[in-house]
Design a binder for this molecule. Structure first.
Ligand SMILES: Cc1ncc(COP(=O)(O)O)c(C=O)c1O
Length: 691
């Protein structure tokens, strides 16, 4: 649904001003005319004047005490470093300060005043100049003018945003939920504790969590006393926060940590403790290892994730100081990589960097086996919809291979001893599913697949999806083991939230603090964020509640159909260009991973990238050549008409000509050290949907 900027608005900043008329298409690409009553503020000292006066002021420090209008003007222009240093060095008496420094020219900064109409940026894209905040603030008219410029720009960009996995169809968010902008909604603390900050939306949050728990086949409604019940919360960031929380939870669980009631305390407080490492002589079965296992590894989890994994996971692994298999392998088992050669820092994807983007299960199994044999708990992150290729790791196949392996190495259940007689039984593995996009759409595709096979929806789905709907959630059981430990989804991807948010979910039995012990409810600091966005649950609730499950399922099937339309359109474009002898050498590299909601193709020129907000990624091929790709996601906001318009842009003369695209270079200091240091994790500079 398009945004209508002429719609009636809630009173607020504009007071009773009439609605802003919707711009005509011609107006959308130009700067709106300034309102006639626009007031030009008094001119103040210009930047060059300030540049001259600042060092002068520095030399005569005692005068700082005298606040003159000129000094005010100088002070608001941040000073060059020398100037700062003179002012803030307290040790020396001011009179001793030698007036010797050769002043560096002051950085050129815009004046702190509202731009006059003539000074407004003329480009379509607003700049910070349009939003400068003068000391005296801006009038309502000036704010309105600046915000209209932004809105005009956003309307154009909204219409053409096709390159990222964010659904631009925000449903009726503004119409239904705009009224809640008049409240500070804060869901601080645990969703299942009402807390004392009463203007919250926790009731809505719990309803949303219950619904996703049902869609993801966890036990619901939430029940703190039931170890099998789900627990989760609505994230204030997106899946980045969820991945961080998941990996922190997994690390604590696998490394034998626990929150316990303070044994000696009289206050209701808790202590975060670490289980003692099992004795070297401990029987293997007790510590969960195979005979070859080293008990010292029992609480040293090792992380595994594929080379197509989102960079938020790498950030989380680094933030939480979790060991990766590549780091331990390189440091402690050089020359023993079961894949041969040097240890990779990430699990290879099937077919390498130019493959489908799905994790290579054979290689994963060999790598995991190596560490399981040595007694390490296994922390596995799987992708359900990768960022660039939209690929799904085959979670069921991974589980089918790894569950017997975990059983063999005593990782299905182990005893964690905190002190004699106080033990926990935990598993020695954790599977986290990053379903940033996939966890939002897949439950609905499953619903379509479960309909009567002759139903219109089931037939439509079979046209798009040959095999079965892939497994990814808490309902997946292999040999009686419920494999998935945690799951994350972004709310602004499939669900179309107008700002980043998401959901993290796990089960009570995997949490390191005692669930449902009312004595502890005074410290329900169970979420990463303290203050949490109370609008996010509303937006997710509106998304879920605005149609039937069948309606959601139809939307999900339609997205797959549009992806196929997009792929065909790109292949047809390739043919058209070829017929006209205008096809770039090597073709358009059109590719779609199985079931993905995205199609990738040769990167077009910068103008097209900017117009359609395309995400781009260089990818090495098997031959070492680097190919530059862009991709389009068939979110519900991408219509066939938009795809047709996009194809026309791609068919235009010069659409695929661009200067050589430089690849970012690692910093020289990093390169200089690279031979001597211990690698911990790969930090990619390109790919993974960075750009
Ligand atoms: C697979 C995957 N995981 C995690 C993220 C990070 O999500 P967010 O941007 O919502 O923090 C993304 C974002 O694109 C993603 O594609």
């Amino acid at each position: 649904m398009s945004r209508h900027i002429g719609e009636e608005r809630h009173t607020g900043l504009w007071g009773t001003t009439p609605p802003i008329p919707a711009p005509t298409p011609a107006e959308r690409t130009t700067t709106p005319a300034p309102p006639p009553e626009y007031a030009t503020p008094e001119p103040v000292t210009t930047a060059p004047e300030q540049a001259r006066t600042a060092p002068e002021q520095a030399r005569t420090a005692p005068e700082y005490a005298t606040v003159t209008p000129e000094f005010d003007a100088v002070a608001t222009t941040p000073a060059p470093p020398e100037f700062d240093a003179v002012v803030t060095t307290p040790a020396k008496p001011v009179s001793d300060t030698p007036a010797r420094a050769t002043p560096r020219p002051a950085p050129r900064r815009p004046e702190r005043r509202a731009p006059t109409p003539a000074e407004q940026s003329t480009s379509d894209e607003p700049t910070e100049r349009d939003f400068l905040i003068p000391a005296e603030g801006l009038t309502a008219q000036q704010r309105k003018h600046a915000l209209t410029k932004l809105e005009t720009y956003l309307v154009g960009k909204h219409e053409h945003m096709v390159g990222f996995q964010g659904n631009q169809d925000l449903g009726h968010a503004q119409q239904d939920l705009g009224r809640f902008l008049d409240f500070h909604l804060n869901n601080v603390g645990d969703p299942f504790q009402q807390g004392n900050y009463k203007p919250n939306t926790k009731a809505v949050e719990r309803a949303v969590l219950d619904r996703y728990a049902e869609l993801w086949r966890a036990e619901w409604p939430y029940d703190g006393k039931n170890p099998e019940s789900y627990w989760g919360y609505v994230l204030t960031m997106g899946s980045t926060e969820g991945n961080l929380y998941a990996l922190a939870s997994a690390r604590d669980y696998l490394s034998g940590r626990k929150l316990i009631g303070d044994p000696g305390g009289s206050n209701p407080q808790m202590v975060y403790v670490q289980a003692a490492p099992p004795a070297r002589s401990a029987p293997a079965a007790r510590v969960g290892g195979s005979p070859a296992a080293d008990p010292r590894n029992a609480y040293r989890p090792v992380a595994f994730y594929s080379e197509d994994t989102h960079y938020s996971v790498i950030k989380a692994v680094r933030t939480l100081a979790i060991d990766t298999f590549g780091a331990i392998g390189t440091a402690e088992y050089p020359d023993q990589c079961p894949l041969g050669g040097r240890w990779p820092l990430e699990v290879p994807s099937k077919g390498g960097p130019d493959g489908s983007g799905e994790i290579d299960v054979d290689k994963l199994e060999r790598l995991v086996a190596f560490f399981a044999e040595r007694g390490h708990p296994i922390l596995l992150l799987l992708n359900f919809g990768t960022t660039f290729k939209g690929a799904y790791d085959n979670i069921e196949k991974v589980a089918t291979r790894l569950v017997p392996l975990f059983r063999r190495h005593g990782l299905l259940e182990r005893e964690i001893e905190f002190e004699p007689g106080r033990t926990d039984r935990r598993r020695g593995f954790w599977v986290h599913v990053d379903g940033a996009l996939g966890a939002g759409i897949m439950p609905f595709l499953r619903h379509a697949a479960e309909e009567d096979e002759h139903s219109e929806l089931a037939v439509a789905l079979r046209r798009e999806l040959k095999g079965k709907v892939p497994e990814f959630d808490f309902g997946l059981r292999v040999d009686g083991v419920d494999v998935v430990g945690s799951l994350v989804m972004s709310g602004h991807k499939w669900a179309g939230a107008p700002f980043p948010c998401g959901i993290f979910m796990t089960k009570n039995k995997f949490r390191v603090e005692p669930a449902a012990t009312p004595a502890y409810t005074g410290s329900p600091d169970t979420t990463f964020a303290g203050s949490r966005n109370g609008l996010s649950p509303l937006v997710l609730w509106n998304h879920l509640a605005s149609r039937s499950v069948r309606g959601h399922a139809a939307e999900a099937v339609a997205a797959l159909r549009r992806t196929r339309y997009l792929e065909s359109a790109l292949r047809e474009l390739e043919d058209r260009l070829d017929r006209e002898d205008r096809l770039p050498e090597g073709g358009l590299h059109v590719d779609r991973s199985p079931m993905a909601l995205t199609v990738r193709f040769r990167r077009p020129n910068d103008e097209i990238i900017a117009k359609w907000s395309l995400s781009c990624q260089p990818m090495p091929t098997g031959t070492g050549e680097v190919r530059h790709f862009a991709h389009v996601f068939a979110m519900p906001s991408l219509t066939e008409e938009k795809i047709d318009l996009f194809m026309e842009d791609l068919f235009a003369e010069g659409a695929f000509t661009h200067p050589d695209i430089p690849l970012p270079e690692p910093t020289t200091s990093a390169t200089a050290f690279a031979a001597d240091v211990q690698p911990l994790a790969l930090v990619p500079m390109t790919g993974r949907g960075f750009q």
